[in-house]
Each structure stands twice: as structure tokens, then as C-alpha cells.
Design a protein around this ligand. Structure first.
Ligand SMILES: C[S@@+](CC[C@H](N)C(=O)[O-])C[C@H]1O[C@@H](n2cnc3c(N)ncnc32)[C@H](O)[C@@H]1O
Length: 252
């Protein structure tokens, strides 16, 4: 789907919101509460190691709050979810995390009021990336930190995938048109449709820098053992990073 065509549809925000609302329970059942190896073995440990000293953290697109709970465990301070989906925010509250309704592009939070922001597997799904990065920069106090976790943009490029060519006896990674920004709505499981916006890494990095961030660290970890063990075919993806982590400092 072409991003410009989709954006010109006046109902695009409502369409995307319906998609997220309709599969919130699928996300909660399959990826939270310790059932997903990528979260338990990799994502949550990476976050825990990087939020020390941040007393008030905003978890943008925080869903049912697993990232916030991991943050609060380490800092002893407070982590707050902002998410536009009612059933996600309600579940966060039921599981003990404060939550407010709001979108990444219009955060219901005062300027320079938080020590840090974590955004985990959210910005590759939102249309308003540039506005969202400006909002994250607005709400973090000078000297604060920003942790951005994404599905790795190379792996997420539409038309990419591991190819098993029996005729040639080769197995290789095919890369789709990486530089083309695009919206796709993928059926990740039967009748579960998720919007993905593909953007090259340079778009994320340059927009974050222009919004007032300084890059401190970039991680491209291999998939964790619990993921590779899930299916024989996954062992072949051990050298392809599914995750990208960008760790920024807010300029003073
Ligand atoms: C893949 S889930 C990740 C949830 C959570 N960050 C985690 O790691 O457990 C994506 C989340 O983004 C939220 N979301 C969708 N559109 C959004 C937007 N425009 N602004 C903020 N969050 C959004 C969804 O409701 C969902 O909770």
C-alpha cells in the first residue's frame, strides 16, 4: 500500500485504531506475561540495563505495561503507559501500571516533565513518526534519555525474507526495496492484521538528531536462544538481527 494514498484517506487514523483495538487481546496473550522469549530473554533485559537513575519514565505505546513494570522494578521510581487503545490502557492499570490514553504524536504530558522515554516496538507501526519524535523530545527534561526499540528496518523491508532455493542449493536473505518508505498491513496470524510502516534507518536517526537527541549507543543483537529454539528453520536466522535498539541522550 502506498503511504501517500493511505494518508490522503480522511479516515486513516480511525482505521488504524480499529486494527489495534481488535487485536489487543491477541498481543496480550502471545507476547506479555512472560510467554515470549524475545521479551523475556532479550527486550526486557536490554531495557532494564539502560534505565538506571531515571525516576519518572514514560512508556509510549506501552500497551498492557510489561515494559513499564520492568522499568519500575529497576528504578524504584514510576513508569507510566501512554497508549491510544482502551483495552491496552485498561489492562495496564489492572496489572498495576498507571496509564493514560494518547497517541505518540500528541502526548498528554507536560513539557520537560519526565526523566526518560521508552518506545518499544511502536514507531514502526505509526504514521506520525516525525511528530512523535518531536513529542518525545518535548516531554523529556534536558539531560534525560530515550530508548527506542524497533523491529530491525532491514528485516522488516517489504518483500524481504529467507529464501531456500533447492535448485541452486542456496539459502540466502532476499532484501526488498529498502529505501522505499511504505505502509503494509500484514496478516501476522489468521485474521490478525497489523500495520507496518517501513522506513530506512537513516530516517529514524536523522529525525531523532534533528529533534534534539544525541546517539549514545546502537544495538543489533542476534535473536535470543529461546526464539531460535522455537522452530528448526529459525536456527538459520541466527545471524540476522530482528531487533534494533537506539539509545539517545536529550541535549541540554
Ligand atoms: C507491538 S505493541 C507493543 C506494546 C508495548 N510497547 C510492548 O512492548 O509490550 C504496539 C503498541 O502500540 C500502540 N499504538 C498503536 N498506534 C499508536 C500510536 N499512534 N501512538 C502510540 N501508540 C500506538 C498499540 O496500541 C500497541 O499497544
Amino acid at each position: 500500500m502506498d503511504l501517500k494514498d493511505f494518508m490522503s484517506n480522511p479516515d486513516h487514523d480511525a482505521l488504524l485504531k480499529d486494527l489495534w483495538e481488535s487485536h489487543a487481546s491477541w498481543w496480550q496473550a502471545g507476547f506479555t506475561g512472560g510467554v515470549d522469549a524475545e521479551y523475556t530473554e532479550q527486550i526486557l533485559p536490554i531495557i532494564r540495563e539502560r534505565v538506571g537513575g531515571l525516576r519518572l519514565v514514560l512508556d509510549v505505546g506501552g500497551g498492557e505495561g510489561q515494559v513499564s513494570r520492568a522499568v519500575a522494578e529497576v528504578t524504584g521510581g514510576m513508569a507510566v503507559v501512554v497508549d491510544p487503545i482502551v483495552s491496552q490502557a485498561r489492562m495496564a492499570i489492572d496489572r498495576g501500571t498507571p496509564a493514560a490514553l494518547g497517541t505518540a504524536g500528541d502526548l498528554p504530558i507536560a513539557t520537560a516533565s519526565v526523566d526518560g522515554v521508552v518506545v518499544c516496538l511502536v514507531f514502526e507501526h505509526v504514521l506520525e513518526l516525525d511528530r512523535a519524535l518531536a513529542e518525545v523530545a518535548r516531554v523529556i527534561r534536558p539531560g534525560g534519555r530515550f530508548l527506542l526499540l524497533l523491529n530491525h528496518p532491514i528485516l522488516q523491508t517489504p518483500g524481504s525474507g529467507l529464501i531456500d532455493d533447492a535448485e541452486l542449493g542456496e539459502r540466502y536473505w532476499r532484501l526488498g526495496p529498502y529505501l522505499k518508505e511504505d505502509l503494509s498491513v500484514e496478516e501476522v496470524e489468521k485474521e490478525v492484521f497489523i500495520p507496518f510502516v517501513h522506513r530506512p534507518l537513516s530516517h529514524y536517526l536523522n529525525t531523532a538528531i534533528a529533534s534534539g537527541f544525541r546517539l549514545l549507543e546502537i544495538l543489533e543483537p542476534p535473536p535470543p536462544p529461546g526464539f531460535l529454539a522455537r522452530a528448526d528453520a529459525y536456527a538459520d536466522s541466527a545471524m540476522y538481527p530482528r531487533l534494533m535498539v537506539l539509545h539517545f541522550g536529550r541535549e541540554s
